[in-house]
Design a protein around this ligand. Structure first.
Ligand SMILES: NC(=O)c1ccc[n+]([C@@H]2O[C@H](COP(=O)([O-])OP(=O)(O)OC[C@H]3O[C@@H](n4cnc5c(N)ncnc54)[C@H](OP(=O)(O)O)[C@@H]3O)[C@@H](O)[C@H]2O)c1
Length: 268
C-alpha cells in the first residue's frame, strides 16, 4: 500500500501491530510514523524496521491512517491535542476497549472516518484475531485499506459494533487466559517431574496444535475432546477433575467480568 500509517502510543498492543505490519512488509519504514510518551522505548524497534519516531502532532499531520494505541482514558486528551493537525480525510483506527465510534465522533466534534478495531497481541507473530466495525463515513476504498492492515498481521472479521464487548472477552483479552492455561499446564508438568523449558514447549505446542486441528477440520470442540477421551482412560479422569473444579464456569465468569468492564469503560 502507498499510504502512511501513524501510531500514537506504542506499548504492548501498538508494538505488536507495528511489528506485525513491518514483518509482513505491508509498508516501507518511511511509511510508518510512531509516537510514544517515552519515545526512547521505540529506538530498538525503529532501528530494526527503520520507521520514524516523532511527536503526537507530527504523527497526526502525516498519517493517512492513524491508530490510537493509548489507554482508553487518554483518548479524549490526545484527540483534543491532535485534531487540528489531522488530514481532512484521515482514517482513525480506534483499538481501545470501551471506546465506540459514537464516542470517537463526539471527541472529534464531527462524524469522521473511524474503524473500530479490537486486535490482539498475537499480531506480533502475524496470528492476530481482529474484529472491525466501520463508521458509515468509511467508503469502500477506505475499508479496503483497513482490511489490508488487519490482514497483514492475522485474521479479521467485520462484526456489529455491539459485539465489541464480547470480542474483547473472547479474543482481545483472551491471550492472557490462554497464557495462564499454558503456564498452568507447564506447572503441572514440572510437578510431575519435567524440566520447565520442555514443560512450556509441550504445553504451548499442544495448544497450537489443538487450535489448528479445530480450525482446519471445522469439527466441534466437543467432538475433538471426545476423540482424546477413551472409555475408562486417562484423559476422561482429567476431564472429570476439570469439571469438578469448575474450569468451564470459571472461564465463562471471567469473560462476563471482562465484557462488563469493557462496557463500564465506555460509560466513564
Ligand atoms: N494489550 C492488549 O492485549 C490489547 C488488546 C486489544 C486492545 N488493546 C487496547 O490497546 C490500547 C493500548 O493498550 P496497551 O495494552 O498497549 O497499553 P500500554 O502497553 O500501556 O501502551 C500504551 C502506550 O501509550 C503510550 N502513551 C501514554 N501516554 C501517551 C501520550 N500522551 N502520547 C503518546 N503515547 C502515550 C505509553 O507510553 P509509555 O509506556 O512511554 O508511558 C505506552 O507505550 C488500549 O486502548 C487497549 O484497550 C490492548
Amino acid at each position: 500500500m502507498n499510504q502512511t500509517i501513524g501510531f500514537i502510543g506504542c506499548g504492548n498492543m501498538g508494538k505488536a501491530m507495528v511489528e506485525g505490519i513491518m514483518k509482513a512488509e505491508l509498508v516501507e519504514g518511511d511509511q510508518m510514523i510512531v509516537s510514544n510518551a517515552h519515545p526512547e522505548k521505540l529506538q530498538e524497534l525503529s532501528s530494526i524496521y527503520d520507521f520514524y519516531i516523532s511527536d503526537n502532532e507530527t504523527v497526526a499531520a502525516h498519517a493517512d491512517i492513524l491508530v490510537l494505541a493509548v489507554k482508553p482514558y487518554l483518548y479524549s486528551k490526545i484527540i483534543d491535542e491532535i485534531k487540528d493537525y489531522l488530514k481532512e480525510d484521515v482514517i482513525l483506527i480506534d483499538i481501545a476497549a470501551g471506546i465506540s465510534i459514537a464516542d470517537m465522533h463526539e471527541m472529534m466534534g464531527k462524524e469522521c472516518k473511524v474503524a473500530k478495531v479490537m486486535p490482539n497481541t498475537p499480531a506480533l507473530v502475524l496470528e492476530a484475531m481482529s474484529a472491525v466495525s466501520f463508521s458509515k463515513q468509511m467508503k469502500q476504498a477506505d475499508r479496503e485499506i483497513v482490511w489490508q492492515i488487519l490482514k497483514s498481521f492475522g485474521q479479521a472479521c467485520e462484526v456489529e459494533e455491539h459485539w465489541m464487548d464480547a470480542v474483547t472477552a473472547v479474543s482481545g483479552s483472551a491471550p492472557a487466559y490462554v497464557f495462564m492455561f499454558i503456564e498452568a499446564l507447564g506447572d503441572g508438568a514440572v510437578m510431575l517431574g519435567m524440566d520447565r523449558k520442555n514443560a512450556y514447549h509441550f504445553a504451548a505446542q499442544t495448544v497450537l496444535g489443538s487450535a489448528k486441528l479445530l480450525l482446519e477440520t471445522g469439527m466441534h470442540p466437543g467432538e475433538c475432546k471426545d476423540m482424546v477421551c477413551s472409555p475408562g482412560g486417562t484423559t476422561i479422569e482429567a476431564v472429570s477433575k476439570l469439571e469438578e473444579k469448575g474450569m468451564r464456569s470459571a472461564l465463562i465468569e471471567a469473560m462476563k467480568a471482562c465484557a462488563a468492564r469493557s462496557k463500564e469503560m465506555s460509560q466513564t
